[in-house]
Design a binder for this molecule. Sequence first.
Ligand code: OSB
Ligand code: MG
Length: 348
Amino acid sequence: MAEVFEVALPLRRPFVTSFGATTTRRTVLVHLVGVDGAEGWGEAAALDHPFYLPDTTSSTFAVVTEWALPAALEAGPDPGSVARALEPIRGNTFARAGVEAAFWCLEAVRSGSSLAELFAYGGGGGQAVASASRAPLRLAAPVGESIGISETIEETLDEVQLCLAEGYQRVKLKIKPGWDLELVAAVREAVGEEVMLQVDANGAYSTDESDLSRLERLDEYGLACIEQPLAWDDIMGHSDLQRRIKTPICLDECLRSPRDVHRALALGACRNVNLKPGRVGGISASLAIHDVCRAQGVPLWCGGMLESGIGRAINLALCALPGVSDPADMSPASVLYEWDLIDPTYEV
Ligand code: OSB
Ligand code: MG
């Protein structure tokens, strides 16, 4: 039996980035129940609107129900076969990822393994991280916080201090032109040289000289990376910019498949990778990207899509892999939402 839900999660407060404020969060859930009674859940965590990537909650729901789930049910249940059956679907990465995740979850329940063990050592379909061999998995993953754009620098400074007091191991500030140099200078001044600090522009900067030189001035602040400064599809622009600035560029929106990661690394468009299983088309794609980054020594970390605990479980399992080197975006559901869809919820 398979069913698909669209669920509205009430955000405690708007999450503001350069592409606008996210106030409502509708997400898509895939639920499988086998004849043996085993259950699998997956989350297809596109945003409601098309301002992060083209996929929306509504488009994702349609592709899951009309195309991805029917193809997966015919090919499954082993996750490797499901991933291959979903490959002909172009784009629509969140839809493919949510369906594939439900089958990995089912496989985990049936085999009595954790998702992390399955990802590292292989499921029924023989998918596994090539470089993991039997390396021990991490039992806990370092976590950072992603801090939205606020009204005043003082407000953000308070949030940063709270976040560090709570033990987060890295601070990521959302930036846009005009909410950048002064902010980063103030935060660096407040936290000192040792705190791992990075910024995320969600594609807000143009390739005009005035924007490029602003980005270049961020080199002064010892940032771990600048995430997606230029447009969502501008790999060449990032390659040119990376030649000009010292701070590593991290790509998010630009990387929507393992091939995108190959291309970006070959062109020197980034030196750091944000891995979101939904954005790259699923878990098999995530494992392939993990292997490439690990082989090339590229810093890799798990990003977030404000998922419920269902989607976060997949992210958390990916964090256990040996090539995931940097702290994840994984604020707890208790901070983001009135309630979580899993009980108990995960803790940070
Ligand atoms: O750009 O990383 C992003 C959330 C929604 C969409 C895009 C992004 C984000 C975050 C997420 O920064 C943080 C999280 O999920 O905790
Ligand atoms: Mg990002």
